[in-house]
Write a protein of this length. Structure first.
Length: 207
């Protein structure tokens, strides 16, 4: 629209459309925040969190395995079981090379060298039935899987995980959720082996 003197502004219809889109975006963010999802406006990997409850603890720190603590069996330890490097016997079935190690610290596996994606999800309880919908919704946001009503397409997120043979893991070292190769982590019904372990979900449930 020409106002004369060389001054131009967008037509009223375009201005209203822009305002409407801005309002919808703000409403979406508010709704997602209300249900505890950390919104990532730029879809993709997020930076690694600097917050960790055991980041500063070295392996072989004198950790004692509690009764009933799950650790891998099919392999050997370089030091204290659960607090040193584990070398699996069946590396290839886990998607690893022969001799490749998985570092454990104070009972938890450090899967960070194998991370495919990392993101922050708020409101996690450590309970699978409660956490998975939140995690899948965040994956949908990060990958741009948005439905026509501008809500996360959880079904698309589930399909993306299956297609790429990935599974989410609560990472106790960074307080984030990471996606890992299913063969390494294990997925019931798909990859029954995996590295036997206790994870961040257990820690959250018992905080």
């Amino acid at each position: 629209m020409d106002l004369g003197g060389g001054r131009k502004v967008a037509p009223p219809v375009m201005i209203e459309k822009g305002l409407s889109e801005a309002r919808n975006s703000l409403l979406l963010d508010a709704a997602l925040t209300a249900i505890g999802i950390g919104v990532a406006r730029k879809y993709g990997k997020t930076e690694r969190s600097s917050t960790s409850f055991i980041d500063e603890l070295p392996a072989n720190s004198g950790w004692t395995r509690p009764k009933g603590w799950r650790l891998p069996k099919n392999g050997r330890w370089e030091g204290n079981p659960g607090d040193s490097a584990f070398i699996p016997n069946d590396a290839k079935s886990l998607g690893l090379t022969v001799g490749q190690k998985i570092q454990f610290r104070r009972g938890y596996p450090d899967f960070n060298p194998f991370v495919q994606e990392r993101f922050k999800v708020n409101g996690l309880s450590g309970k699978h039935v409660e956490d998975m919908p939140l995690i899948q919704a965040e994956i949908a946001l990060q990958k741009g899987f948005i439905k026509a009503d501008r809500t996360p397409n959880v079904a698309a997120a589930k399909f993306w995980l299956v297609k790429n043979k990935l599974t989410p893991h609560h990472d106790p070292f960074t307080n984030t959720v990471i996606t890992l190769p299913g063969a390494l982590h294990g997925i019931p019904g798909h990859f029954p082996q995996g590295v036997r372990h206790m994870g961040g979900a257990f820690r959250i449930r018992n905080e």
